[in-house]
Each structure stands twice: as C-alpha cells, then as structure tokens.
Design a protein around this ligand. Sequence first.
Ligand SMILES: *Cc1c(COP(=O)(O)O)cnc(C)c1O
Length: 361
Amino acid sequence: MIFPKLFIPGPTPVAEDTLRAMSQPQVGHRTPEFSELFTIVTTGLEKVLGANKVFLFSNPATGVWEAAVRNTVKKRALNLVNGAFAAKWHTLTQACGLPCDALNKEWGLAIHPEDVDRALATGKYDVVTLVHNETSTGVMSPLEDIAGLMAGKYPDIFLHVDAVSSMAGVEIRVDDWRLDTCFASVQKAWALPAGFTVCAVSDRVIERSKELPHKGYYLDLEVLDKFYRKQQTPSTPSLPHMYGLQKILADIERETPAGRYARHQRMAQTARDWARDHGQVLYPEVGYASPTLTAVRNVQGWDLQAIYDALEHEGYRMDRGYGKLRGEVFRIAHMGAVMPGDLDRYLAAFDGVLAAMGVPA
Ligand SMILES: *Cc1c(COP(=O)(O)O)cnc(C)c1O
C-alpha cells in the first residue's frame, strides 16, 4: 500500500522524524518521569501560545468544544457560525441541552467585531464560541479584534476559541488577548497524528466551572486543573502524542515561531497566486483568507473528480471541497510539516494533470 502525500486540511502529513520521536517506551502516568514530560510539554505550549495554563486532552477537538460550553454556560451561549465546523459546535451546544443561539453568516465571510457587538448588546449571552479559522471555507476571522472588543465592552462574557487549523501556523497570544479557552487538535498545523487536543484555559474559566453542576467528569475542567497542579492528567493519556508534541515544540524553537508563521504566509501567497494565475477565484472574503489553507472557487469548472483521481495516481491526496461545497470549492492545505518546496511540487503535479487533461494554461 502506498499512501498518497496529503494536501487536505487535516489530517496533514507527519514527518518521519516526528513518527520516530513518538515511538518511545511507555511510562506510568503517576511517576516523576511522566510529570517531567508533562511539564516540558505544557511549559513549551504555554510559551508558544502566551498562555498561563494549557491542558492536554487525549481526544479530538470535538470533545473540547463540549468541555468549553459545559463548563461555562449559565445563561445563554452565542455560537458564531460562518462555516461547517462552527455550525457543528452550535449543534453540539444544543445537544448538551444548553440554551444557545447561532449568529449565522454566509459561508465564505469572516466574523467581524461589529457582528459580535450587535449580538452581545442584547444582553442575552454569557458565553461566545468562535472558530478562528473556518477550515470548511478557508476564512480566518480577526480574532484579536473580536477579543479586543469583548475585553473592552463585554469583559464578563466568556470567549471560547477553536483554533484547530490556525494554532501553530498563525500567531495567537492567549493571555494578551484575554481568550478564555483556545484549543487545537494536533492533526492540523501541529503536524501530528489525530486524537489529541491542547487547550489554553483562563483562570476565570476554572472559577466558573466550580459554580456549575452536571459537567460530567471526563470533560470537567475543575478536575483537569486539580491534576494539572500535580503535573498529571486525570486519566491515562496518549504518551506518543506527548512525545510528539515535545518534538514539534523543539522544531518550532529551531525554526522560531515567527519563522514558522512567516513560512505559512509565504505558502499561502504561493497558493493564492497559483489559483489567480489559473483564472480561478479565491472563495474567502477579501482580506480574510486563511494563511494555513487556500479555498478556491472553481469558476473555471474544472472536473475536480478527474483531477483528484489523476493526482492520486501521482501520489497526492487532493481536497474536493467540504460538505455542501464539494465540487464547487476546493482547498489546498499548506500547514504544519508542509514546506514551500512540497507545495511547489504539488502545484507542479497539479499543473501536469491539468495539461494532460487539455486545460489551457
Ligand atoms: C478539523 C477541525 C475540527 C475537528 O477536529 P477533531 O479533532 O476532528 O474533533 C474542529 N474545528 C476545526 C476548525 C477543524 O478544522
């Protein structure tokens, strides 16, 4: 079996040396050697994110969507929805039996501070959920501005941020921006296998959690905090992911965070230029295109299924669009372990396929 190289926005490729770093002996999770690893990983994450405290979850980010709302909503949540992932967070909030409303924006548009201001002015809400980088549409909303508005005008309202496909590819300063939770599963820009999530949490989220009953146990942030203080996790964690994070954090230190973010911006520019040079149109609202993936509106009417099949033959896994956008919008992921040279080779293979299909250059 030959595995195609992934250019889909998650999971993303994992480097060989990362896979090797993940493969280390098990240690007991109530031992000093575990706490040492826990401290290295959480301290490293806290430094990169500018966060006071980072919790580790051995589950996908969907579980942390649930933790965020179940540990904070007392009155009513406002789910900001401008794509498929944000819509799912709203569905999940409802499924938890929590009072909530969706603020729906057309797909492809960003969430703006004015949108949030108008909704919060009603006084109905105590919690806001935001997907920073909508992976389904390739749109990145202006997080710093939204958080700034809330910190200034609505300081008592909690802000939860899904940064699943932006964290580790884009700068986020959790404490400076006063984010209450900010989390990412690690199969996107962290360039690790799926099944693990890192989550920055503010002190006031822990305080709020203490006031709320029926949070369950596994996702109770109060419990996670109790174990965090002992440099432990409440239940047996995925050690390979912790070794993997240790390795990626070392990579980031070598590349420097600024260098890593600049690499993502550079690759985004390459992908956007390539799309425009082919007469295609970028899907996201102008000025809000994601630095970690590029969503292209297929105005040229390319046969995406045929391209997908041909690229698979060349050893690449292409994206054909998420959910209702399938066939209409396709995405090029350029995050994590993807290097500019990898992207250049992918786009050259794409060009080869187009030429073979007789698509005018
Ligand atoms: C991939 C993705 C998710 C889902 O992550 P899981 O780890 O599969 O739960 C959530 N939000 C965004 C923005 C994503 O890109």
